[in-house]
Design a protein around this ligand. Structure first.
Ligand code: NAI
Length: 244
């Protein structure tokens, strides 16, 4: 699996799944850019990585900031080989209580944020004639529903519609775009949902345990590798069998 020396941006890379992705890519020899709205924690995460790494503060829902992210990375390393559009938020609210602002916030970060990162990085990938883009979607939306997360499910399903069309648009180059669909993964974000939620999820997973950020990192690293060049526009479910 080759991601050796690949200049790789991981959004939401300061914590949780993004941190796991960053660690696996760095261990495989990639140069990792930890891109996160929390720049201080991103710096700490980048400092802990082996090899060449840097942190960039970015709000992925802001087009000026995603453009600046791509420019910063190209200024520093001369190219962008891998984009892991992973940053996401998952507040919950029943539909009757969900405000328009709640909807906009979730879809802005999760779906629009992924689009903006691709929009900023793609011109550089086209120039290089090489790129690997991997979205962190979710089983929620395209495969299952969870009460309270209608806006989240919509945002995660939207990412997959984008992936399919984008894959065709870039197929004439050595550029691919795919998505991983994690089940329930033990991160700070998920811990915030409480022990009751975690217990219920544990019981519904045939493998008997929640996933780890590294489980998702290994799946992402495969799709980000040179060898995965004939895989595009598709999804890889990493859920311990939860959706079976
Ligand atoms: P987390 O809350 O532990 O970490 C998310 C990271 O994204 C944080 O470092 C945060 O600062 C950053 N972030 C938030 N908003 C941002 C923005 N606007 N711009 C840049 N960075 C931002 O979350 P977790 O659990 O690691 O989730 C990561 C991704 O995986 C999300 O897209 C989430 O929807 C997805 N996911 C998570 C699952 C889970 O069970 N934890 C399951 C399925 C999908």
């Amino acid at each position: 699996m080759t991601v050796d020396n690949a200049v790789s941006i991981v959004t939401g890379g300061a914590r949780g799944i993004g941190k796991g992705i960053a660690e696996v890519l760095a261990a495989e020899g990639a140069t990792v850019v930890v891109a996160d709205i929390d720049e201080d924690v991103a710096k700490e995460a980048a400092d802990e990585l082996p090899g060449d790494a840097m942190a960039v503060g970015v709000d992925v829902s802001d087009p000026a900031e995603t453009e600046a992210l791509a420019e910063t990375v190209v200024d520093e390393y001369g190219r962008i080989d891998v984009l892991c559009a992973n940053a996401g938020i998952f507040p919950s609210a029943p539909i009757e209580e969900m405000t328009v602002e709640d909807w906009d916030e979730v879809t802005d970060v999760n779906a629009k944020g992924a689009f903006l990162c691709v929009k900023a990085c793609l011109p550089h990938m086209r120039t290089q004639d090489y790129g690997r883009i991997v979205f962190t979607s979710s089983i929620t939306g395209p495969m299952v529903g969870y009460p309270g997360w209608a806006h989240y499910g919509a945002s995660k399903a939207a990412m997959l519609g984008f992936v399919r069309t984008a894959a065709i648009e870039v197929a004439d180059r050595d550029i691919t775009i795919n998505a991983v669909l994690p089940g329930n993964v033990r991160t700070g974000g998920l811990d915030d949902l409480g022990e009751d939620y975690l217990d219920r999820m544990r019981e519904s997973i045939p493998k008997g345990e929640l996933g780890t950020p590294e489980d998702i990192g290994h799946a992402v690293a495969f799709l980000a590798s040179e060898e995965a060049g004939y895989i595009t526009g598709t999804t890889l479910v990493v859920d311990g069998g939860q959706t079976l």
